[in-house]
Ligand binder design. Structure first.
Ligand code: FCB
Length: 468
């Protein structure tokens, strides 16, 4: 286990201090920034295929070039150093390392991450590697993708390859990023690759993703006994519209399908009984085999929490006809939480981050936590003097850091915070229209420009905290 960090120093009226060994990070993902989709042996992932299908991604955008990070990683690490990051969370592209999803390794593909990790260490930045940020090799999807149990076994093999090559230097592993998105958006609702729309498949995929996580934990520990292993979950604050029993039950059900169905098996070795009962009309869960849950519950060293906005739900008077993102939830309505919104339409509500961290801490008090993603998209403009005055993003980040600090004061063992994102990048089905970076990317020239938020973050990092 990582060592317990000191509790945050008491906040004065002026400032919120974080522990001296707090990780100040930023995060990205392979398909969103790398480009170079056909270089050095890389083959297609499900996102290449999804992007190539007309009508699925805004304006037909693709990750073909993205932020060209594959060629510009040295300069990007120099920017990280300029900002003063102590950690950088990136993801490894499975089809770069195992083209076609085949066993073994592609030396040219893994060599890119080898160089990146060395570059980070030379800059004094801790590498935090995510093994799967949604770019499944297309050939594995052709064989069933995450609805096929074999994909979990293939993932363990891939994890072992990456661990053998990078395990001596990576300081924090995330097995999966947001398996809820892979399963529910990818297989249930079809908004994400591979674009399948079958509620039962979202539960099947959930189980195989969790099995893949557990097998990867084993593979990482076998290769690197001292590995620090986590998973990044999009845990959310699910609130009920009113205090009525029906609305509170709707919130319980969504909390089950968003949060507990992922965290509970990992932490306790059992799926929540209420979730299994709630989804009985869609699935009998017979895909869970003897021994699977013991694999899934392999101890982790920390949990990564990705947080953007809370959810607000109520019971619907009559079931919706359109497919729900959540299986067996046609009778639940989602509402917009009041308050200002980001360019994604997501409500800015930092109390949700505080609540998520304190809830996880209350349920699993000994679990070290990282905020592995948090940030906001805004319609940034470059001013005539060449500056991006993204004050709204600064306000968002400041408020969420304060909320994280509040959770720490309440006892949550939070070790670090990663801004989403270091760079403007390919925002999945929204394409390049949504800019989350603290560094602007001009997609015509690939020039980088530190936004005001990056300068602000640099000051926060060097001060070890924020002004209250
Ligand atoms: C998260 C994803 C990340 C990014 C942000 C905005 O769900 O993990 O890749 O798209 O949302």
């Amino acid at each position: 286990m990582p060592t317990q960090t000191e509790a945050p120093a008491a906040a004065t009226a002026q400032e919120l201090r974080f522990p001296p060994d707090f990780w100040w990070g930023a995060a990205t993902a392979a398909y969103q920034i790398e480009g170079a989709v056909a270089e050095d042996g890389r083959t297609a992932s499900i996102w290449d295929t999804f992007c190539a299908t007309p009508g699925l991604v805004a304006e037909g955008h693709t990750g073909e070039v993205a932020a060209d990070h594959y060629h510009r990683y040295r300069g990007d690490v120099a920017l990280m150093r300029e900002i003063g990051l102590s950690a950088y969370r990136f993801s490894v592209s499975w089809p770069r390392v195992q083209p076609g999803g085949r066993a073994g390794e592609n030396p040219a593909g893994i060599a890119f991450y080898d160089r990146l990790v060395d570059e980070l260490l030379a800059a004094g930045i801790k590498p935090a590697a995510t093994l799967y940020h949604w770019d499944l090799p297309q050939e594995l999807e052709d064989r069933g993708g995450w609805t096929a149990r074999d994909t979990a076994l293939r993932f363990a093999d891939y994890a072992a390859v990456v661990a053998a090559r990078l395990g001596d230097r990576v300081q924090l592993w995330c097995t999966l990023n947001e398996p809820w998105c892979s399963a529910f958006l990818g297989y249930g609702a079809g908004f994400h690759a591979p674009g399948r729309r079958n509620p039962a498949d979202s539960l099947l995929a959930t189980h195989h993703l969790l099995l893949a996580h557990g097998l990867a934990v084993q593979a990482l520990r076998a290769a690197v006994p001292s590995a620090q292993v986590s998973i990044a979950l999009n845990q959310g604050a699910v609130r009920s519209l009113t205090d009525s029993a029906a609305d509170r039950d709707a919130a319980r059900r969504i909390d089950g399908l968003l949060n507990r169905v992922y965290l509970d098996p990992i932490m306790t070795g059992a799926y929540p009984a209420d979730v299994v009962a709630d989804t009985a009309s869609v699935s009998d869960w017979s895909f869970v085999r003897d021994g699977d849950l013991a694999v899934i519950a392999a101890p982790i060293d920390a949990l990564g929490v990705n947080y953007y906005a809370p959810d607000l739900v109520s019971a619907a008077a009559t079931p919706h006809e359109e497919l729900s993102v959540y299986p067996a939830s046609q009778d639940i309505t989602f509402h917009q939480t009041p308050g200002p919104r980001t360019e994604m339409g997501w409500t800015v509500d930092p109390t949700g981050l505080r609540d998520v961290l304190t809830t996880v801490h209350r349920r699993y008090p000994d679990l070290p936590l990282y905020v592995t993603e948090n940030g906001a998209a805004y319609d940034d403009k470059v001013d005539a003097d060449g500056r991006v005055r993204d004050g709204e993003r600064i306000a968002y980040l400041r408020a969420h850091l304060a909320a994280a600090h509040e959770a720490m004061t309440a006892g949550a063992d939070l070790r670090g915070y990663f801004v989403w994102s270091l760079l403007d990048n390919f925002e999945w089905a929204f394409g390049y229209g949504k800019r989350f970076g603290i560094v602007r990317v001009d997609y015509d020239t690939q020039q980088r420009l530190l936004k005001d938020s990056a300068h602000w973050y640099r000051d926060v990092i060097s001060a070890g905290g924020i002004a209250a």
